[in-house]
Write a protein that binds this ligand. Structure first.
Ligand code: FMN
Length: 213
């Protein structure tokens, strides 16, 4: 099957949205935890988390257009300067999915969707207790992306919590052991299966994979 730009434009709106949201492959499944100054906790499923740099340790995610639509996550991050990124545990994909519903600000998705709130002393934002790999971040900057009317939220890692058995000597993390879930599109969740690790790719060490072209 081959779809051209025009055929994509002419597709039914929902079908187009699903296709374009799926084509980048498996995305990390995360829940962003935050709290307002008045104490309302919020949890939202987010699939756009991306590593930016390791020193300083920065992570970004894409915040969809806000403005007319209320965005508790965005408002809380701006109010408190802190938030958490919690890997969705494979045991809780359905609960995680429903955090995307447009609940009123006073309703906590933690409570409504079955996640326990957990705090680290001295850090303002709430973690999801059920998540095995979780990051506490302080807000660094927001970068507008005018072409998509979205914003990249950049945060600095302040805390990292993960299962000891998932962390290898070398620092690699086995996400299967952390029971982390992956996301495709806007409604499909995957379990992850470790396949292999390869050494740093030096030209002189590339195996012979050549094919005739
Ligand atoms: C699978 C999935 C992935 C999502 N990924 C993102 C994302 O990367 N960025 C975003 O802004 N919203 C994303 N959303 C939508 C948010 O979860 C949703 O808008 C949520 O209600 C946030 O609203 P709140 O901040 O008002 O709680 C996603 C929704 C689903 C179902």
């Amino acid at each position: 099957m081959h779809l051209t730009k025009q055929q994509i434009i002419d597709s039914d709106r929902i079908k187009r949205l699903n296709i374009i949201n799926s084509i980048t492959g498996i995305k990390p499944g995360n829940l962003v935890g935050s709290v307002s100054k008045s104490g309302n906790t919020n949890l939202a499923v987010i699939s756009s988390v991306v590593h930016l740099s390791s020193n300083p340790a920065l992570v970004g995610f894409i915040m969809r257009p806000h403005g007319e639509v209320k965005r508790d996550t965005y408002n809380n991050i701006k109010e408190t300067g802190a938030y958490t990124i919690n890997h969705i545990p494979t045991s809780h994909t359905e609960q995680a999915h429903y955090t995307s519903a447009k609940f009123d600000t006073e309703i906590s998705e933690f409570e409504r969707c079955g996640f326990k709130v957990e705090y680290i002393d001295g850090f303002d934002a709430p973690f999801a207790a059920e998540s095995q790999l979780k990051i506490g971040l302080s807000f660094v900057e927001e970068i507008p992306i005018p072409s998509s009317n979205t914003t990249m939220i950049v945060g600095q890692i302040e805390h990292l919590v993960l299962p000891e058995e998932a962390l290898k000597e070398t620092g690699y993390i086995n996400l299967e052991k952390a029971n982390s879930a992956g996301i495709s599109g806007l409604n499909s969740y995957y379990e992850l299966k470790y396949k292999a690790s390869y050494p740093y790719a030096r030209v002189s060490e590339v195996p012979n994979f050549e094919t005739e072209n």
